[in-house]
Design a protein around this ligand. Structure first.
Ligand SMILES: Cc1cc2nc3c(=O)[nH]c(=O)nc-3n(C[C@H](O)[C@H](O)[C@H](O)COP(=O)(O)OP(=O)(O)OC[C@H]3O[C@@H](n4cnc5c(N)ncnc54)[C@H](O)[C@@H]3O)c2cc1C
Length: 335
């Protein structure tokens, strides 16, 4: 049975702590509710699925229906092969799930430790950190299709994962119900990434748990905790530009960090460096500012609105474009 609530404040349900109220709200706690929701969503002008609210820019008034995913449950297959198939319901908290996998000798996700949010959102933007993307370990994603009113399995290939993107992004007809991961039962640690490599080199015979601890410490030292200060992690994508343009930029700015991308003719450039190099780290306008320890993160010092945040973000985009002729794109989903 569905309980639809009206005028629900979402300020504490988004990690940017943007001031926001939705006209209508439901908690999704069981699969049986999905057909009922499918039957009523046409009555609303719009809807979206809310997970942990850590990658969202919410409007002051959302004139629609928020479906707050609370589906829970994790199953580990018990066979003793080289891989474990692990299925987690979409409403599970991502970092608790990573810890649970390690405790069950299912490895690979440790580099993605402490990313906020839910399991269900992880394939939507193909979360990634420290040289690993979640797509590397997803076997398939089970979605509920609001148009067909049925569950469908999307294979890894069908999800069309790319950098912070997938087939599921901006497709409201799909609600991720669960994600099935294929995780090796023997840990192969991914420790090539700068800071992490240095710290891990000091540990004899490091384990996946050591790597998780190292990632958690590093993240805590660099990123603001949303419980203390509103933010959505990286606010801009690292731009992917033509290799020739990257070479020219590298001549102008020899310290600019650049990385290979999936396409050999394109190069990924550090958006944080572009912003930091303009002296914008720590700057602030009203309630919104650039986090003093990490230029890629915008923070909300009080309870700002979407407009205030986007005005500040546009100023950064304009300055970056004027100086480097690179367009920065906003990473969180704007509603
Ligand atoms: C401090 C901080 C650090 C971060 N670090 C990283 C990082 O290192 N790497 C990284 O990739 N991201 C990072 N993020 C961004 C964010 O944590 C991820 O994008 C996360 O996966 C969002 O999960 P969520 O449950 O909060 O999704 P939400 O913000 O609730 O939703 C995000 C989008 O996914 C959709 N969605 C959510 N759940 C479902 C579902 N079940 N079915 C269909 N659609 C759904 C929503 O409709 C929305 O479009 C960080 C954020 C913060 C605040």
């Amino acid at each position: 049975m569905l309980t639809i609530q009206n005028s629900i404040n979402l300020t504490q349900l988004n990690t940017l702590r943007l001031n926001s109220v939705t006209n209508h709200y439901i908690q999704l706690a069981s699969l049986e509710q999905l057909d009922e929701i499918a039957a009523i969503i046409a009555d609303y002008p719009r809807y979206f699925v809310l997970g942990g609210g850590s990658n969202l820019i919410l409007p002051e008034n959302y004139d629609g229906l928020v479906i707050h995913n609370q589906l829970k449950g994790i199953t580990f297959n018990s066979d003793k092969s080289a891989y474990k198939l692990v299925t987690a319901a979409a409403g599970e908290i991502w970092d608790d799930f990573v810890a649970n996998c390690l405790a069950n000798q299912a490895y690979g996700l440790e580099n993605l430790s402490l990313i906020p949010g839910t399991v269900g959102a992880s394939p939507v933007q193909n979360i990634g950190a420290y040289g690993v993307e979640v797509k590397d370990f997803i076997d398939y994603v089970t979605v509920y299709d609001f148009n067909l009113r049925q569950l469908t399995k999307l294979s890894n290939a069908e999800c069309q994962f790319s950098y912070r993107n997938s087939y599921l992004k901006n497709k409201p007809q799909y609600l991720v119900v669960s994600v099935t991961f294929k995780l090796p039962t023997t840990a192969k640690l991914m420790i090539s990434y700068g800071d992490i490599a240095k710290q891990m080199a000091e540990i004899d015979n490091p384990t996946a748990n050591d790597l998780r601890a190292c990632i958690i410490n590093t993240r805590r030292s660099k990123l603001p905790d949303p419980a203390e200060i509103g933010n959505a992690g990286s606010f801009f994508h690292n731009p992917i530009i033509a290799a020739a343009q990257a070479q020219k930029l590298k001549q102008r700015f020899p310290n600019l960090p650049i990385y290979p991308s999936a396409n050999a003719e394109q190069i990924k450039v550090s958006a944080g460096w572009l912003i930091d190099n303009l002296g914008l780290k720590g700057t602030r306008s009203g309630n919104i500012g650039v986090y003093p320890k990490q230029a890629l993160v915008l923070v909300n010092y009080a309870i700002a609105s979407k407009d205030e945040l986007l005005t500040f973000a546009r100023e950064i985009q304009t300055k970056v474009y004027a100086h480097y002729q690179i367009q920065l794109n906003i990473e969180p989903i704007i509603l």
